[in-house]
Design a protein around this ligand. Structure first.
Ligand code: NAD
Length: 493
């Protein structure tokens, strides 16, 4: 049995040393430019360089991260990282995913802000928001199975503890930046248990932050609102996949990839990096825009409590942009500076403040320990009230229903209903026009409704069902403290 890790409690650390991973493509250039600005500031930080990505894959290390790098991160816990290339089709893992999973950086924080002199579709509206995305759970566990040759399944796992951590992170980001509102965007109207978990935990945690307005929004409406009136948002918290998609959409509301910073925060580690990739087309040409990486370093300085240095760096970047110091991506035909030229311009402006653009004042983030138990959430009472057996069957619903009823006749369980892709098809409900496939969810309940369902009942049921058609997975229908831990099929009474 593996040892349980203690409950991760996000506790900002105050280390003196930052691990720098220059990365691939334009990574070393934008990182060098950023380090030059950091060196010109009084940060009282040391920087050690570590390897990940292309050079490590080239050594035959399939994770893309060396043990020395892992050790350095485990020791120093704060990373400034350049983008990493993932070789395609040679069995290598994404080095980014390796780092994210190794250090459980559960929160992806992406600010999107209108910047002076940076044209966007929304210039003048004052877009200034932060997306807080859960970074490790949800569909990204990558637990997938082919159920039949033609039906694929992916497990969407959402945990109470994971929701509590990301919701608190969102409220703490809002509070630390002096913001007024946090929006929880979910698909809880359809995914009542998984997305609903984030929605419920958000409502439970919100009263701990009475100074902040907490609002719920459906994520599809959130996508619409982000496009028509993005200035209404301050902080938006989402599950992993929704956050993945909408944080990229949000990057487009600002100046685009060259201007989008991010932080990956966990209990043991924080990784700061630009949102963009390695941009191989412009690598090694001193053309890359270093602003995203520089703004990621500003986030890092604030995380480390170096507020003065962070403000100085952000102000100097704002003044440089305001005065028209632009790299080629922004200059669009006008004279442009190179990556290092931009760093020179920022260094030359340290100590100056923009007259028109203010940096956000920031406070340290504090994290109360999660109230969820470290590992297991216990119900006082739990009952198994039935069982869903997923089967493969090439015939009609009617024929499957009759065959299964015959198969379980005389046993403790009876067939309650069959659904196909979520819609009840047996017994037939009036008017449902289901274009059925060969994957059926067959729901069984005890004949004696008051009798508990035991594992022996389920094993006998599987043997009987298996004599009729192949089954590929089984779910117990559980009730925890009187609340159904399963959903009904569309059309089920
Ligand atoms: P990309 O972000 O590298 O490039 C997309 C476009 O934006 C290109 O036209 C590029 O030239 C431009 N661009 C990106 N950053 C820029 C900058 N700072 N200045 C000026 N122009 C910039 O995305 P991609 O092409 O899809 O990915 C290339 C590689 O990067 C892939 O191997 C991918 O896996 C990797 N990647 C890594 C990360 C990461 O490490 N966090 C993130 C995204 C992509």
């Amino acid at each position: 049995m593996t040892a349980q890790r203690p409950t991760p409690v996000f506790a900002p650390v105050v280390p003196r040393t930052v691990v720098v991973i220059p990365g691939d493509g334009i990574g070393p250039e934008v990182t060098a430019a950023t380090l030059r600005v950091l060196a010109a500031l009084d940060t009282q930080l040391d920087f050690v360089t570590a390897e990940a990505g292309g050079a490590v894959f080239a050594k035959g290390i399939k994770s893309g991260v060396t043990q020395e790098t892992i050790d350095a991160i485990a020791t120093h816990r704060v990373v400034l990282k350049g983008p990493l290339a993932t070789p395609i089709g040679k069995g290598e893992k994404s080095a980014n995913v390796t780092l994210r999973k190794l250090f459980e950086t559960y929160g992806n924080v992406r600010p999107v802000r209108e910047l002076p002199g940076v044209p966007t579709l929304y210039a003048g509206k004052g877009v200034d928001l932060v997306i807080v995305r859960e970074n490790v759970e949800d569909l990204y566990g990558g637990i997938e199975h082919m159920q039949t040759p033609g039906v694929a399944q992916s497990l969407k796992l959402v945990t109470r503890k994971g929701c509590e951590k990301i919701v608190r992170l969102a409220f703490e980001v809002a509070r630390s930046e002096g913001r007024g509102r946090v929006t929880c965007a979910t698909k809880a109207n359809i995914l009542k248990l998984t997305e609903g978990m984030l929605q419920r935990v958000f409502d439970e945690v919100a009263p701990e932050y009475p100074d902040l307005v907490a609002e719920q929004m459906l994520v599809d409406n959130c996508a619409h609102q982000l496009v028509i009136a993005p200035e209404q948002f301050e902080v938006i918290v989402m599950t992993n996949m929704n956050g993945d998609i909408l944080s990229d959409l949000a990057s487009g509301l600002g100046g685009g990839l060259g201007f989008a910073p991010s932080a990956n925060l966990g209990a043991d580690c924080a990784i700061f990096e630009a949102v963009h990739g390695t941009a191989p087309g412009i690598a090694g040409q001193d053309k890359a825009n270093p602003v995203a990486q520089m703004l990621s370093a500003v986030m890092m300085l604030r995380y480390l409590g170096r507020f003065e240095a962070a403000n100085a760096m952000e102000n100097a970047i704002l003044v440089a942009l305001e005065e028209g110091v632009h790299t080629a991506d922004l200059a669009r035909g006008k004279p442009a500076v190179g990556t290092q030229g931009f760093a020179d311009a920022v260094i030359a402006r340290l100590g100056r403040r923009s007259d028109t653009w203010a940096v956000r004042s920031a406070q340290p983030m504090r994290f109360p320990p999660p109230t969820s138990p470290a590992v297991a959430v216990h119900a006082k009472e739990r009952t198994v009230v039935g069982c869903d057996v997923f089967t493969e069957w090439g015939g009609t619903a009617e024929a499957l229903g009759h065959a299964l009823e015959a198969a379980v006749s005389g046993s403790a369980m009876r067939l309650l209903m069959i659904s196909n892709r979520g819609t009840q098809v047996y017994p037939a409900t009036g008017g449902a026009q289901t274009d059925a496939v060969d994957h059926w969810r067959c729901r069984f309940v005890p004949r004696d409704a008051a009798a508990p369902v035991t594992d022996a009942h389920i094993l006998e049921l599987l043997a009987r069902v298996g004599g009729t058609c192949p089954w590929m997975h089984v779910e117990k229908l559980q009730v925890f403290d009187g609340v159904d831990g399963f959903t009904k099929a569309q059309g089920q009474a």
